[in-house]
Design a protein around this ligand. Sequence first.
Ligand code: HGY
Ligand code: MN
Ligand code: MN
Ligand code: MN
Length: 428
Amino acid sequence: GDAGGGSGGSSPFYVDSDGLQRQIDELASFSDSPVPSVTRVLYSDKDVQARRYIKGIMNQLGLSIREDAVGNIFGRWEGSEAGLGAVATGSHVDAIPFSGKYDGVVGVLGALEAISMLKRSGFQPKRSLEVIMFTSEEPTRFGISCLGSRLMAGSEELARSLKETVDNQNVSFFDAADSAGYKMHPEELHNVFLKKDDYFAFVELHIEQGPILEKEGIKIGVVTAIAAPASIKVEFEGNGGHAGAVLMPARNDAGLAAAELALAVEKHVLESGSIDTVGTVGILQLHPGAINSIPSKSHVEIDVRDIDEKRRNNVIEKVHQSAIEISKNRGVLLSEFKIINQDPPALSDKSVISAMEFAAKQLNLEYKLMISRAYHDSLFMARISPMGMIFIPCYKGYSHKPEEYASPEDMANGVKVLALAMARLSLQ
Ligand code: HGY
Ligand code: MN
Ligand code: MN
Ligand code: MN
C-alpha cells in the first residue's frame, strides 16, 4: 500500500498499490511479443485473454457488466439515483507492437482500483459510476484509431466503412470480431452509438506519454484539451524490374517516391510555424521487398497532429500536393491518397476540470493544466459527454516502447485523484 500503510491501510482512502502492480504485470503477460515489450492487438487471442481478465476483476468488484456489439466493456456500480446520467471513467488495454504495459492500462486497472477504494471507504454513489474498457484505441489492426469510442460517439462513417474493412491478412472486421466472440450483424453497429445524456461526465486516467510532469516534478496533469489527430494512407505504383538490368533513366521507383514523400512530410510540418505541429511516417512498406528488385509498389502511412486544427489541415493539403508532384516527377502512379481520419481537437469541460482540481487540492497534490498531444478515447467521449483527463508522470515521457514506466506512487496519486473527482461528480 501507499502512505496509508500496507493493504490494511490506516485511512480508508488508501490504494492497494501492490495489488494494482500485480494486475498490471499479469495483464502484460497476455502479449504476442517477448517481455518486457507488450503487443496486444484487437480481437487477437491475447486481447481475448485480457478481456476475460478485466471482466474477472469487474466481477470481483460486484460491478454489473455489459459488452456492446464490438466489445466495449462496461462495469457499472449502480448509484442511488440510477436514472441520472452516470459518471464514467476508463481507457484501453490494446497495445501497439513492441510497446509498454502502462499506456491505457493505468486508466482501466487504475479505474477499477479507484472503484475498489471508494467501496472500501464506504462511499455511496448517487449517480452510477461506470468503468469502460474501450474495445480498441490503437489503430494497429484496422488502421482506425479509437474504433470503440468513435462508434460510441456515433460515427456513421465508421459504421459504414467497417462493412468493407479488412486487416492486412485480409480478415474482415466482422470475421475478426466473430473469432473473439463478438458475432454481430452489421446493422448492430448502430447499437454501439450512445445517447448524449447517457453520461454526466467522463474522466480518463492516463500516463502523460510526454516528459513535462516528470521534468517539472509535478505529480498530476489536469488536461484542458486533446490535440487534433489525422492519419493518411498513400500508395505509389511503378514498373519495378531487375535491380541490375534496368538503367536509372528508365526507372520509376515507387520506393524512392515513398522516401521522398516521407521527407516532404517532415518539411511541411517543420514549415508550419509552430512547435506544436508533428508529423510521422511510422509505416513504409515496399513491394516486393527484395534487395535486387526495384520496388513496384510502396505503402506509406502518415500521422499528422497539431493542437490547432487549421494548421494541421494545411499540412495535410501540402502533403497531398507533394504526393502528386512526386508521382509526376518520378513517373509513378499515385494509386491511393486516402485520409483515414482528420479529427478536430477536444476541449475538457469546465465542471470536470474543477472536479479534478478539487481532488488534487484535497490530496495536496501539485497539478499542472496541460494539453494532451497523444489522442485518447476521451477525444471521442467529449462528443457525447463533458470530458476530462488526469495525467500522471511517466519515465522520461517514454511511451509506445517497452521502456514505458509509471511508478507505484504516481499511479496511486492518479487513482486517488480519479476516485475523488468521480465521487464529487457522482454527488452532483
Ligand atoms: O497515438 C496516440 O496518440 C495514442 O497513444 N494511441
Ligand atoms: Mn497509445
Ligand atoms: Mn493510450
Ligand atoms: Mn491514446
